[in-house]
Design a protein around this ligand. Structure first.
Ligand code: HPA
Length: 244
């Protein structure tokens, strides 16, 4: 089962797959099975995977990141895109901001690797795929949607949200956004040689930065609304990639 592009659908965005006709596929990998969907978007064949599984069942620490990344490698995608709901660590990045990750700080301490039994030290000087990020940013120029071209993504283990002191620490470390899944996913993708780009969708200001309490339902709703535009943006990527 081959695909031109991959798409990992995060919180709130998964159900946009329902708007395109798709076929469900089981992808067996050496790291376990994952469930995917094959669909057409922008005249290209895509392999989509719901990060949290159908019905948003899996918490961030239970996701089989290795199987997802291996599925993308086996499908030989040119690039794998992802969406991730995130908290903003910056007062100037309001709810609804869309930012393409350019670097990360991994504070999950999950230590997930595809190299359990061999000594492989993968360079991470380019944590996200510059080529895929470039295609996405070029595609975004013909959209109304404003996209921040660079963002440092900090990941915490969750599933709880951060404390105000942790948020102050993350800001001090130089992170722009915070989430619970993006770094583990990026690590597995990079280790397996998959060209991977992640789009953060700000669903809330991080804890302590706003009077408003974080509410997961509301966060899902925001990711769903903004995610509709981001989903269409992905559809413009194949023609940009073809022309480059
Ligand atoms: N923190 C961690 N993960 C998140 C957040 C947050 O504030 N918002 C959405 N995912």
């Amino acid at each position: 089962m081959l695909a031109d592009f991959g798409l990992i659908l995060g919180t709130g965005v998964s159900h946009h797959l329902d708007s395109v006709s798709h076929r469900e596929v089981h992808v067996p990998t050496r790291f376990g099975q994952t469930e995917g969907l094959l669909f057409e978007l922008g005249s290209a064949k895509w392999l989509g995977i719901r990060r949290h599984a159908f019905g948003h069942k899996l918490p961030p620490h239970s996701i089989n990141y290795r199987a997802i990344a291996e599925a993308m490698r086996l499908a030989k995608v040119k690039a794998c895109y992802a969406t991730a709901a995130v908290g903003s660590l910056r007062a100037d990045w309001a709810v609804g901001t869309v930012a393409v990750c350019s670097d990360f700080i991994d504070l999950t301490f999950r230590n997930v690797t595809v190299f359990e039994d061999s000594v492989v030290h993968t360079p991470f000087d380019e944590p996200y795929c510059t080529k895929a990020r470039g295609w996405l940013l070029k595609a975004a120029t013909s959209f109304e949607l404003e996209v921040r071209p660079e963002a440092v993504y900090a990941a915490t283990n969750g599933p709880r949200y951060e404390t105000p002191a942790e948020v102050r620490m993350l800001k001090t470390l130089g992170a722009d956004i915070v989430g619970m899944t993006g770094t583990t996913e990026a690590i597995c993708m990079k280790e397996l040689g998959v060209c991977y780009s992640c789009v953060g969708i700000v669903t809330n200001l991080a804890e302590g930065l706003s009077e408003q309490k974080i509410n997961h339902r509301e966060a899902e709703e925001i990711a769903r609304n903004v995610g509709a535009q981001v989903f269409h943006l992905f559809g413009a990527v194949p023609s940009v990639a073809l022309a480059s």
